[in-house]
Design a protein around this ligand. Sequence first.
Ligand SMILES: C[S@@+](CC[C@H](N)C(=O)[O-])C[C@H]1O[C@@H](n2cnc3c(N)ncnc32)[C@H](O)[C@@H]1O
Length: 197
Amino acid sequence: MFSTSNFINTFPMSAYESSMVFLQADVLYKLIGDSAGLKGDGSEIVLDLFCGTGTIGLTLARSAKHVYGYEVVPEAIADAQKNAQLNGISNATFVQGDLNKINETFGKEFPKPDIIISDPNRPGMHMKLIKWLLEVKAPRIVYVSCNPATCARDLDYLCHGVEEKGLRGCYELKRVIPVDMFPHTPHIECVCLLELC
Ligand SMILES: C[S@@+](CC[C@H](N)C(=O)[O-])C[C@H]1O[C@@H](n2cnc3c(N)ncnc32)[C@H](O)[C@@H]1O
């Protein structure tokens, strides 16, 4: 399911470091699955925001009713669809779109999510997406981040709102678990669990 060749070519790493990354990927995905807390009865809708090649959503799909993934890079969406096929998963839909440019139609094309996974790149989530999340009020959000600064900002918005935008927060931060995905660097990945108040 994982496409590793590009990743290894992009970042020069020792064999030890690259093996650490893949060991830690297992830890990360288990933590995300544990935080998502799917009942496993196939009744829940999962929304996988910033889904890349679909790996997070696909690891949850067998316990979900349906997974919907959103991602801006068309090639990643094509790979996500291929990954679903290769793994015999038919209850996942991947859609190409820019989550910084969502409008009032966003969310109309899928049922209300029970669990939202959001794994943005370093700038974190756009205010339009924060606003949408505060409106849709999914019972649980698992926020995955490799940038503690934008992670703290977005968690604060979701829990306490954004006064100048008239947005009220409605989540409680249950836990933040750091995973050392980038050994010997100051970078850290965090898996954060938010529950609707
Ligand atoms: C941290 S990666 C997460 C990828 C995926 N969840 C995974 O685990 O492999 C962030 C992803 O967000 C995508 N992305 C960045 N900006 C975006 C935007 N404005 N709208 C949608 N996707 C975006 C990137 O292409 C990238 O695949």
